[in-house]
Structures are given as C-alpha cells and as structure tokens.
Unconditional design. Structure first.
Length: 103
C-alpha cells in the first residue's frame, strides 16, 4: 500500500508560483511605464491592475495545494510588496518630475 503523499512535489520554486511572480512583475512594470506621468496615473492603469488581480485569483484558486503552504504564501506576499518598490523606481524616481531646471 502506497501513501498518497509519496509523489507530491515539495519544491518551493514550482511552476505556478514562478509563473505568477514573473507575470506580475512584467505586466506591472509595463503598466507603470505606459500609464504614469508627472501629472498622475492614466485610468487604464487601474484596468491593468484589475486584470492582474483576476489572473492572480484564478491562478491561486487553480493551484490551492501549492499556495496552501506557509512558505509559498510568504514568498508571494514579499513579491507583491516588491511591486511597490517597482512602482516607486519606475513611476516616481525615474520621471524626475520635481527636479529644478538648471540655467
């Protein structure tokens, strides 16, 4: 008699987690680059974020057994916090909106 968890994958860099993190960073970075300016964010940026949230919801729902582990949840939350850093670097610091003009 073979137990059910013998062939279960315990690798924390599995396909679903890697795919969701990489796609989050690529879509978010492109969305920030396309929709941010010195005057504010374009409304389409929120459409991009809503699509990304829907993609994350359905991917996590499809792979519940992988995202049920505590370590995977921590990795996912840290990657979401990293999106804030990406927004600051690409949408705020890279635009140089508040720099004075030199003569």
């Amino acid at each position: 008699m073979i137990p059910g968890n013998v062939f279960k994958d315990r690798n924390y860099s599995t396909q679903a987690l890697s795919t969701i993190i990489i796609s989050n960073y690529i879509v978010f970075a492109l969305g920030v680059q396309m929709c941010s300016s010195c005057t504010g964010l374009h409304w389409f940026f929120w459409v991009i974020l809503a699509g990304l949230a829907a993609y994350n919801y359905f991917t996590i729902r499809r792979n519940l057994d992988e995202f049920a582990e505590r370590k995977t949840q921590v990795i996912y939350v840290v990657s979401i916090l990293g999106l804030g850093i990406i927004y600051y670097l690409l949408g705020v610091a890279a635009l140089h909106c508040n720099t004075p003009n030199t003569l």
